[in-house]
Design a protein around this ligand. Structure first.
Ligand code: ATP
Ligand code: MG
Length: 424
């Protein structure tokens, strides 16, 4: 136990973590370019928030939440997703009083008691965005366009957006009736959860992962077939805007988000080749959510992208993320105990100047230190021994050419700065 991490969690080790930093930095950059500001909310919230904000008939609330009572007997849950917290923060901090829309993004860990497998973990990470305050169809397209731009900037090509309209409170009751009519005589064949869903929320049956349920759902009436004219109009305009953006989309009538506060646009970005967990991004409009969480009615839309699945995809597509590993530029080798202090001071000075520097920590032989310098693949190795110390000099070896020079210690900083510039 002591040396085993909890099931479904990952260590992100040096070597891999640079890839994370890279995709996170790109997410920040693209978000900024699109005018989204970062929000950081707590890792845990009152359980009630997710019951309300995610929905009691979702997989997340039904079986995936990490909930516990804290020492003050409060019911707390590790956040399973980012939207509910963002809405809560928007309301609690009265951001609705600012000029609208509010455009925010977040990056961070989420927690779900999922069944661990490739691309599915219990602690995973999402990059997500939310826009509150505008129902304009160009916002739907902008959010989708942002997700696509990000993926393209990372080097993924051939991205396809699956999109659908899931209706609104106006037309959804009719759609429910149509679905119930369709499933009525097939009910016995549905899985137990879906039989339950018949009573609670028939739309969620279309989202079931059980293969029999999926087969039965194939000819189920689509949301579009019962969509009201407002929904149809909005959807058509979203598609028009997507065409302006040249986003490659596919209208997928089976795509649903089965909760009342999800309205209009629903979308997903699927990728090939990372196994069964092929969705890297999911999102949609939730015009009823802010009111559901205790605010005044206000439209909203967002997406969440799974960063583990994104990295799997990037690896799989052989997108080159190497070269991100930054080696130290300088290695300082010391050949006499007397030179230890000077080499230490020099290393610290170089580091403070922003020149990444490694050194020996074991008083190893010169040969071993030169080996280490090779392994670090530094540009220059400095060699400091008794003789150099006496002459106030230092040996500089340029690793690419193996050329060695003696430089006065006082000149070493400017010499290296010039040398590193030349090497850049
Ligand atoms: P799935 O159907 O795969 O369970 P979901 O509908 O639960 O996905 P969302 O809640 O829409 O997923 O989350 C958005 C994205 O977060 C997903 O598309 C996926 O990339 C990622 N994601 C969700 N759950 C996990 C998980 N347990 N481990 C890793 N990534 C996940
Ligand atoms: Mg899930």
């Amino acid at each position: 136990m002591l040396t085993t991490r909890p099931r479904g969690t990952n260590d992100i080790l040096p070597g891999e973590v640079e890839k994370w930093q890279f995709i996170e930095n790109e997410a920040r950059k693209v978000s900024r370019d699109f005018g989204y500001q970062e929000i950081r909310t707590p890792i845990f919230e009152h359980t009630e928030l997710f019951l309300r904000g995610v929905g009691e008939t979702t997989d997340i609330v039904e079986k995936e939440m990490y909930s516990f009572f804290d020492r003050g007997k409060r019911n707390i849950t590790l956040r399973p997703e980012g939207t509910a917290s963002t809405v809560r923060a928007f309301l609690e901090n009265k951001l609705f009083a600012e000029p609208q829309p509010t455009k925010m993004y977040y990056i961070g860990p989420m927690f779900r008691y999922d069944r661990p497998q490739a691309g599915r973990y219990r602690q995973f990470h999402q990059y997500g965005v939310e826009v509150f305050g505008s129902h304009h169809p160009s916002v739907d397209a902008e959010v989708i366009g942002l997700a696509c731009t990000y993926l393209e900037k990372l080097g993924l090509s051939g991205i396809k957006v699956h999109i659908n309209t899931v209706g609104c409170p106006e037309c959804r009751p009719q759609h429910h009736v149509n679905l119930l009519k369709y499933f009525e005589d097939k009910k016995d064949k549905l899985c137990n959860t879906c039989q339950d869903r018949m009573a609670k929320n028939p739309l969620r049956i279309l989202d079931c992962k059980n293969s029999t349920c999926q087969e039965i759902s194939i000819s189920a009436p689509t949301t579009e077939s019962s969509a009201c004219s407002e929904c149809k109009g909005h959807f058509q305009q979203v598609l028009n805007y997507l065409e302006i953006l040249e986003v490659n989309y596919l209208v997928d009538p089976k795509l649903v988000r089965g909760l009342d506060y999800y309205t209009h646009t629903a979308f997903e970005i699927l990728v090939q080749g990372i196994g069964a967990q092929s969705a890297i991004c999911g999102g949609g409009r939730y015009n009823g959510l802010i009111e559901q969480c205790g605010g005044k009615p206000m439209p909203g839309i967002g997406f969440a992208m799974g960063l583990e699945r994104l990295l799997l995809t990037l690896n799989n597509e052989k997108v080159n993320l190497t070269g991100l590993l930054s080696n130290p530029e300088i290695y300082i080798a010391v050949t006499s105990p007397k030179a230890q202090e000077l080499s230490f001071r020099l290393a610290m000075e170089l580091r403070k100047k922003g020149i990444s520097t490694e050194k020996d920590y074991f008083e190893k032989s010169l040969k071993a230190q030169m080996k280490a310098a090779d392994r670090f693949d530094v540009k220059f190795t400095l060699i400091l021994g008794e003789e150099e110390l006496a002459n106030n000099k230092i040996i500089v070896k340029e690793m690419a050419t193996s050329e060695q020079k003696e430089i006065p210690i006082d000149d070493i900083l400017s010499y290296l700065e010039r040398g590193l510039l030349k090497n850049d």
